[in-house]
Design a protein around this ligand. Structure first.
Ligand code: NOJ
Length: 448
């Protein structure tokens, strides 16, 4: 039986959110459109045509939501800043957007909650996408200026920063597969987007640290344990490639190791976009990395996939327990990923900045009995503990997410929250998992 205190006094417990998924108020106070505002208008892109114009109306209801975070005894609140509330189309600063985030930050501090800020959680301004977005190298200076504005206005109170959220996902899904905003496809979009995101990742870190030397500066990575379907050398080779793509592509350049070109030869196409000095520019000595883990992936060799010759075997084909996202429930994945990232010499500190699950939740008589989520969180947190026990420098854990929200292309269907959101009335109901997390944090509930 493991209790909160076993993790130590300094271990950071929290909950994570993201601007576009919760805020709503899509054009209020002169907010300009982001690529997601534009993408959600396009036909056939989002489950049932859902959009996030209202989402959880966090823009207006944040006092109530922060009160709930406090009432659940969650000490750390992670949220992201929306570039499109902060920067106007003429690149000037939108004071109303600044005022909104000041209200959030001050609202956290007044309640004794520690604010953790992500600078970029996927919502680049649409007018910048029209100039090429992440495929245009000018983004390094656009992004740099935005980061400096954030540091300047919020750095007096925000002590924990994350430059980016899951660059592999927003470049892979948004610029290679076309299933996320801005809906571009193919390597000719992906490779430059990848390179510029990598440069921005480090550039953002440098600018934050320069302006806020006392702050803790990190960035986050999506990751999943990748295993071969069996131990034949061809499948093992496929697993190495997919692991390089999903788990190493963004962290290794930041550690000064360059892109994993040896394992994914197609990455050599990046040379076309590299300038002298880029190898050094891609590196930054982050104070911490954020690990975001949900599932495990199984890889196999495939002739059908040109260039990579590797593919994933979906969880539905494997007869394993899955979540509503069709992601395998596999708690050991988080342990393995912490071990993998902890083994990089230059990684100093790790926070699990996201982990959670979407299940079929039903509100009955004012209650959501989400037993499967409680078990999921219990089992994953126990694996985090195991990693910590083995000396891996993992020093925090944040649940994804506070309340059911807009799950990107999946719309409102998957519910990931500790709190149930009624999207018609904006009523919130704390799920059993929310109470379970509270009891765990208050030392009344132990991990099983
Ligand atoms: C990754 C992303 O950071 C977040 O926006 C998303 O909702 C969750 N994981 C669940 O898919």
């Amino acid at each position: 039986m493991i209790s909160r205190s076993d993790f130590g006094e300094d271990f950071k417990w929290g909950v994570s959110t993201a601007a576009f998924q919760i805020e709503g108020a899509h054009s209020l106070d002169d907010k300009i459109p982001s690529i997601w505002d534009e993408f959600t208008h396009r036909k056939g892109k989002i489950h049932k045509g859902h959009h996030a114009r209202m989402a959880c109306d966090f823009y207006n209801l944040y006092p109530q939501d922060l009160d709930t975070v406090k009432s659940l005894s969650i000490p750390n609140f992670r949220f992201s800043l929306s570039w499109t509330r902060i920067i106007n189309q003429d690149h000037s600063v939108n004071e109303k957007g600044i005022a909104f985030y000041n209200r959030i930050i001050d609202g956290c501090l007044a309640r004794g909650l520690e604010p953790w800020v992500t600078i970029y959680h996927w919502d680049i301004p649409h007018f910048l996408e029209e100039k090429g977005g992440w495929t245009n190298r000018d983004i390094v200076s656009w992004f740099g200026e935005y980061v400096e504005v954030c540091a300047k206005y919020f750095g007096d109170r925000v002590k924990h920063w994350m430059v980016m959220n899951e660059p592999m996902v927003f470049t892979g899904a948004g610029y290679y597969l076309g299933i996320h905003a801005p809906g571009r496809r193919g390597l000719s979009s992906f490779i430059p987007a990848m390179h510029h995101a990598t440069l921005c990742q480090a550039e953002g870190g440098r600018r934050l640290k320069f302006l806020l030397p006392q702050a803790e500066v990190g960035t986050t990575f999506s990751c999943s344990l990748v295993e071969p379907i069996n131990d034949s050398p061809a499948h093992q080779r496929a697993a190495v490639k997919i692991d390089a793509l999903l788990n190493r592509l963004y962290i290794e350049p930041s550690l000064g190791m360059g892109y994993p070109v040896k394992d994914i030869s197609l990455l050599s196409r990046v040379e076309k976009y590299m300038k002298a000095g880029d190898e050094e520019r891609m590196a930054f000595d982050f104070d911490f990395i954020g690990v975001q883990n949900y599932t495990r992936e199984i890889a196999k060799r495939s002739w059908m996939v040109p260039i990579l010759f590797a593919t994933l075997v979906g969880a539905h084909k494997r007869n394993v327990e899955t979540t509503l996202m069709n992601w395998e429930v596999y708690p050991a994945s988080i342990y393995e990923m912490l071990k993998k990232y902890g083994a990089y010499e230059k990684v100093k500190k790790i926070y699990v900045t996201e982990n959670g699950a979407a299940f079929e939740d039903t509100l009955m008589n004012g209650r959501v009995e989400d037993k499967r989520r409680v078990k999921y969180l219990n089992d994953y947190i126990a694996q985090v503990y195991k990693a910590k026990q083995e000396g891996i420098p993992v020093e925090g854990y944040f649940v994804w997410t506070l309340q059911d929200n807009f799950e990107w292309a999946e719309g409102y269907r998957p519910r990931f929250g500790l709190i149930y959101t009624d999207f018609d009335t904006q009523e919130r109901v704390i799920k059993d998992s929310g109470y379970w997390y509270r009891d765990f944090l208050e030392g009344k509930e132990l991990l099983k």
